[in-house]
Design a protein around this ligand. Structure first.
Ligand code: UD1
Length: 419
C-alpha cells in the first residue's frame, strides 16, 4: 500500500484542472445496464472506483473500456450477479439493483462495503423498489431481488438519500407507468444522472427538486455524455488554497454547485471569484488569518458532508472556536484523532466537534481511514510544519485523480512511496 510524504509550509500557486465527478460518473456508468445500444462517456476521472465500475459492468454483460478520460460501454447479454469481490470495495455497486431489476427482473448484489463511515444501510433503496413490485431476500451475504416488469409507484423517502434516489430513477425509467419520488435527493450528481437518462430517451421531470416524476418508457438507447466536474475535488482545492495561504486558479470548477462551501470559506476569510481563466481562490490578503466558523452538514443545497473533513483541517488553524455538526453520517469524525496527533485542538461530543484554532500544526505519521478523511490529512500536512506521512492512501485513490501530481504542479513538496 502506498503512502504520501508531504513537507508542509509551501503556499500553493498556479492553475489546476478539476476532474470529472466520481459520484456522478458511478451511477451514470452503471445506468448503461438499462441501454439497448452502446454509449460513450466523457470527462471520466482515472480513479479506482471508476476501474471497479468498469469491471463490474463487464461482469454484468456490459463490456466497458476506459481510455484517456473516455469510457465506452458495449451491449451484450446481461448477467444478474454483482460479486462480493467487486462490491466490497465500493458501496455504489448497490446502484446496479434498480437497473438490473428493470432490465432482467432479477438481481444478486453482495451487501455493500466502501468507506467505513457508519452503518450505511440500503433499507430505503429496498423498500422503494418493493413499492414498484420487487421482492428481496438476503442469502449468504447477498441481496437477491426479483420482479416482473416494475410498476410505477408513489414513493416518499424518509430521508433524501442520494443513492436511493439514483437507484429509483434508473428503475423507474423503464417501469410501466408513472413513478413519483417525494423528498428525493437534490444533489447535482442526481441531476446529472437524470440529464443522462433523458438524453437516452427517459421521461423525467423535476430533477434537481425534491419531487421527481418519471414516466416509464419501453427502451433507452445509448448516447455520448459528458459527466459534470467534481464539486468535492474542487472544494478540496479551494481549501488547499486557503489552508496554505496560496493563490490558485481552478479550471472547470462547478462554482454554482459549491455555494454552501464557498459561502463558508468566504466567511472564514477567503476570496473566491470567477475570472476568465477559472475560479480564483486565495485569502482576503496574503498572510491574513482564517476565522472560525460553525458548520452543519446537510443534504444539498446545504453544506456537503463530503467537505466536512477538509473544512475541519482549515478550522484547526483558524482564529477562534468553531462547532462542526455532522448530520448525514453517524460516524464521520475519524480524521479527528489524526488531526489531534498533528497538534489540533478538537473535542468530540456525539455528532459535534468543537475545534479551537491553534497557531500551527506539526507533521506526523497519520493514517487515512476514509476518502474525505484522507483529503483532510493531506490538507493538514500541506499546512503543517515538518513532514507528514499519510499512510494507507488507498481510499484517496478511490476519489482523487492524480492528487500528488496535481499538488506537486502547484508547488507542494509531496511524493508517493510504497509502504
Ligand atoms: C452519496 C455519496 C457520498 C456522500 C453521500 C451524502 C456516492 C457514490 N456517494 O452516498 O459521497 O457522502 O451521498 O451526500 O454518490 N441511509 C439509510 N438507508 C438507506 C440509504 C441511506 O439509512 O437506504 C442513510 C445512510 O446511512 C447515511 C445517509 O442516509 O447516513 C445518507 O446516505 P445517502 O444519501 O444514501 O448517501 P450515499 O448514496 O451512500
Amino acid at each position: 500500500m502506498d503512502k504520501l510524504t508531504i513537507e508542509g509550509g509551501v503556499a500553493l500557486r498556479g492553475s489546476v484542472r478539476i476532474s470529472g465527478s466520481k459520484n456522478a460518473a458511478l451511477p451514470i456508468l452503471l445506468a448503461s445496464i438499462l441501454l439497448d445500444s452502446p454509449a460513450r462517456f466523457e470527462n471520466i476521472a482515472d480513479l479506482r472506483d471508476i476501474r471497479t465500475t468498469t469491471r463490474l459492468l463487464g461482469v454484468l454483460g456490459r463490456p466497458a473500456h476506459f481510455d484517456d478520460g473516455v469510457v465506452t460501454v458495449e451491449t451484450g447479454p446481461l448477467a444478474p450477479e454483482a460479486p462480493y469481490e467487486l462490491v466490497k470495495t465500493m458501496r455504489a455497486s448497490v446502484l446496479v439493483l434498480g437497473p438490473l431489476l428493470a432490465r432482467l427482473g432479477e438481481a444478486r448484489v453482495a451487501m455493500p462495503g466502501g468507506c467505513a463511515i457508519g452503518a450505511r444501510p440500503v433499507d430505503l433503496h429496498l423498500s422503494a423498489l418493493e413499492k414498484m413490485g420487487a421482492r428481496f431476500d438476503l442469502e449468504d451475504g447477498y441481496i437477491i431481488g426479483r420482479c416482473g416488469r416494475l410498476r410505477g409507484a408513489h414513493i416518499h423517502f424518509d430521508f433524501p438519500t442520494v443513492g436511493g434516489t439514483e437507484n429509483l430513477l434508473m428503475a423507474a425509467a423503464l417501469a410501466e407507468g408513472e413513478t413519483v419520488l417525494e423528498n428525493a435527493a437534490r444533489e447535482p450528481e442526481v441531476t446529472d444522472l437524470a440529464r443522462f437518462l433523458i438524453k437516452c430517451g427517459a421521461r423525467i421531470e423535476g430533477h434537481g427538486t425534491s419531487d421527481i416524476r418519471i414516466r416509464g418508457v419501453d427502451s433507452l438507447s445509448g448516447c455520448t455524455y459528458r459527466v459534470m466536474p467534481d464539486r468535492i475535488e474542487a472544494g478540496t482545492f479551494l481549501a488547499a488554497a486557503g489552508i496554505t495561504d496560496g493563490d490558485l486558479i481552478l479550471q472547470d470548477c462547478p462554482l454554482e454547485e459549491l455555494d454552501a462551501a464557498t459561502a463558508k470559506l468566504i466567511q472564514m476569510g477567503m476570496r473566491i471569484e470567477s475570472t476568465p481563466e477559472g475560479v480564483r481562490a486565495r485569502r482576503e490578503e496574503p498572510g491574513s488569518p482564517l476565522r472560525a466558523a460553525d458548520v452543519t452538514t446537510r443534504p444539498y443545497p446545504g453544506f456537503p458532508t463530503d467537505m466536512q473533513a477538509q473544512i475541519m483541517a482549515m478550522l484547526c488553524l483558524a482564529e477562534g472556536s468553531s462547532v462542526i455538526t455532522e448530520t448525514i453520517f453517524e460516524n464521520r469524525f475519524m480524521h479527528v484523532q489524526e488531526l489531534v496527533r498533528m497538534g489540533a485542538d478538537v473535542r468530540l461530543s456525539g455528532h459535534t466537534a468543537m475545534v479551537r484554532g491553534v497557531a500551527r500544526l506539526t507533521g506526523a505519521p497519520v493514517m487515512a481511514s476514509d476518502l474525505r478523511a484522507s483529503a483532510s490529512l493531506v490538507l493538514a500536512g500541506l499546512a503543517a510544519r515538518g513532514v507528514t506521512q499519510v499512510q494507507r492512501i488507498y481510499h484517496l485513490d478511490r476519489g482523487y485523480e492524480h492528487i500528488e501530481k496535481k499538488l506537486e504542479a502547484l508547488g507542494a513538496r509531496i511524493r508517493r512511496e510504497a509502504e
